[in-house]
Each structure stands twice: as structure tokens, then as C-alpha cells.
Design a protein around this ligand. Structure first.
Ligand code: 5GP
Ligand code: MN
Ligand code: MN
Length: 322
């Protein structure tokens, strides 16, 4: 039987015009994978449009792009849409999802519970990043993993594995990093470009968010909050909270950490992190969200107090904390 990777490589070889998209509020894996695929399509002389409903994050402005990452969709969509790092189709943004021809969708992802919404689906939850899947695709399409393509793949893999520290890290992704390093990737330089992007405003926001920490359930659950007031006071936005949760999870007694980020009136976006067998994907899914066993997110409604209570109660119910 033809593997999904093989079918996708054939589809790319035999077609010309592609829309390449990843999830809203893109992380390093989402942007890195889109840019990596863009470089492959450019090298193959294909027509393509790169798209993200939230646009290109400023923090990734060091990437060498094969094309602009558009924030607005073209009037006429390309024949094929390649969707990456989206555990559910809504994650690509409502504007696009509503317009797609479902028979021309390629779904490349590594999230638990991906409903295989594409015509071609390559969903592998064992992959630590879609960036690793881009490396396999590059190999299939005989594209050398060097230069800007390697940098984009590295951004994707390094950020989704927490710089190769999470349980999702595989021998294969370490070998991939080693191969790219051997072939000239400036790994230390790129690590600095990825991490050294902070403004003083962001640091001030972090002091407020970290300062809001509260512990629940016998100190096994940590919750921090990020409100619109905090964003206004510090001249920042929701994107500046990225990774606060990974700081909070360092607390020794804590098994599940959470951040509630104010989005709208009585609407909070939450992120959850855990280790080992503590499954926060199930918690997120129970609120209509999703993600991975140890990293998940979703939306919860109510006042801050109600949202926090609902989230902590659900965590206590679904993760066996005692
Ligand atoms: P983060 O907490 O970094 O935003 O996301 C952690 C993981 O959960 C990511 O894999 C992300 O795709 C997933 N995730 C975050 N928010 C949502 C959401 O609202 N819906 C779904 N389905 N997944 C989410
Ligand atoms: Mn992602
Ligand atoms: Mn990912």
C-alpha cells in the first residue's frame, strides 16, 4: 500500500498550485513547517501561496522566506491546500475552512485526535513536530536539508521539543538535528535567534503573570493568569505569554500547570502542560480544545473566577493527582 508520505509527495510532484497553511497564532512548528514546505515548492518551480490567519509573527522575522506569508486569502484559492500542525480543521481559521474544497486538502499533522479532515491525511502522533515530517518529505522530494530549508525545519523541531527536552523527543529527531548540524546549520546562532527576542515590555508582563501564580489540589496544579489589563499596562499582547507556562511547570510539586489568557468578555484561552502519563489533552478536549498528552489548550467561558474553578475541577477529575 502507498504510504501517506508517498501519496503526498506524488500529489506535490504532479500538481502545480498550492496554498500552504498552519494554525492561527502560529508557534515555531507551524511557521517553520510552512516556510520549509515553501522552500521545497520554490525549489521545484511550483506556484504556491503561504498563508496564516494571524500573519507572520515578528519574532520569526529572521527566517529567510521563500515568499511572503499572507494574512489575507486570495479571491481564488489554489487547487490544493496543504494544512499543517492543525489538530482540527478550525485551527486553520474559519475564513479558509469555510471555503475549502475538501477533496483537495492535504492534512499533515501530529496531534492526538486529528479527525483526518483531508483527502490525503498524514497524521503521526509519534512525530515530535511537523518539522520532522517536513524533513522526511524533503528526503522524498530529493531536496537537500541545508540553508534556509534546514533553518526552518530546525525552528519547527527545536521549538516543539522544547529544544530536545520533552518526552516527545525521538532518536530520529536528534539524528535529524545532528545531520543538519553536520551539513553546516548554525545551530547555536539559530538558537539565539529563536530565544533572544524579548522586549523589556515582555519581561514586565512576565513579572505580572508569574506573580499571579496560585496552587491548587495539594500544590499539584499551578494556575497563572494574563488579563487584558496586564497587556495594556505593559504594552504587550497575548503572544507575549508564550512559554510562561513552561516556567511555571518547573515548580517541584506541580504536575499540571495552566495559564488562562483573557481573549474577550468572559472568554479565556487556556494552555495546559504536564509530564509523563498525566494526560492534559483529555482535559482540553472536554472543553472542545485539543493538543497532545503533555501540551494542550482550548477555550473556557465565564468570569475569571468561574473559568479558573472549572478548569481546576476538570483537571482534578481527569488527571489522577493523588
Ligand atoms: P499552546 O498551549 O502552546 O497554545 O498549545 C499546546 C497544544 O495544544 C498545541 O499542540 C496546540 O495545537 C493545541 N491547542 C492549543 N489550543 C487549542 C485549541 O483551542 N484547540 C485545539 N484543538 N488545540 C489547541
Ligand atoms: Mn503548533
Ligand atoms: Mn506541532
Amino acid at each position: 500500500m502507498t504510504s501517506p508520505l508517498e501519496s503526498i509527495a506524488t500529489t506535490i510532484r504532479e500538481n502545480d498550485d498550492f496554498l500552504v497553511v498552519s494554525h492561527v497564532n502560529p508557534d515555531g512548528d507551524a511557521i517553520g513547517s510552512v516556510v520549509a514546505l515553501g522552500h521545497m515548492l520554490a525549489a521545484m518551480g511550483k506556484n504556491f501561496t503561504l498563508y496564516n490567519a494571524s500573519g507572520m509573527p515578528k519574532k520569526n522575522d529572521w527566517l529567510t522566506l521563500p515568499a511572503v506569508i499572507e494574512k489575507d486569502l486570495p479571491d481564488t484559492l489554489p487547487a490544493w491546500t496543504i494544512v499543517m500542525d492543525c489538530g482540527s480543521p478550525e485551527r486553520m481559521g474559519e475564513g479558509l475552512y469555510g471555503r475549502l474544497d475538501e477533496t483537495r486538502v492535504v492534512n499533515i499533522d501530529h496531534h492526538l485526535g486529528n479527525p483526518n479532515f483531508g483527502e490525503l491525511n498524514w497524521v503521526d502522533v509519534k512525530q515530535p513536530a511537523v518539522g520532522c515530517m517536513m524533513a522526511l518529505l524533503a528526503d522524498k522530494l530529493q531536496q537537500p536539508l541545508t540553508g534556509p530549508l534546514a533553518e526552518a525545519v530546525y525552528l519547527a523541531v527545536a521549538t516543539d521539543t522544547g529544544f530536545f527536552t520533552y518526552g516527545s523527543t525521538t532518536p530520529e529527531c536528534l539524528e535529524l538535528a545532528a545531520t543538519m548540524l553536520r551539513n553546516g546549520l548554525d545551530m547555536a546562532g539559530i538558537n539565539t535567534l529563536i530565544t533572544k527576542q524579548w522586549s523589556l515590555n515582555r519581561l514586565r508582563l512576565w513579572t505580572e503573570v508569574v506573580g499571579s501564580v496560585e496552587l491548587f489540589e495539594n500544590q499539584t496544579v499551578a494556575v497563572v493568569i494574563a488579563t487584558n489589563d496586564m497587556f495594556q499596562r505593559t504594552g504587550t499582547g497575548p503572544g507575549a505569554t508564550e512559554n510562561v507556562i513552561n516556567f511555571i511547570r518547573r515548580l517541584k510539586t506541580v504536575r499540571v500547570s495552566a495559564i488562562l489568557r483573557e481573549e474577550d468578555t468572559e472568554t479565556f484561552k487556556f494552555s495546559l502542560r504536564s509530564n509523563g502519563d498525566d494526560n492534559v489533552q483529555a482535559v482540553a478536549a472536554s472543553f472542545g480544545g485539543g493538543g497532545h498528552k503533555n501540551a494542550a489548550g482550548g477555550t473556557v467561558h465565564g468570569t475569571l473566577e468561574q473559568a479558573r474553578k472549572a478548569l481546576v475541577e476538570r483537571i482534578a477529575q481527569m488527571v489522577e493527582l493523588h
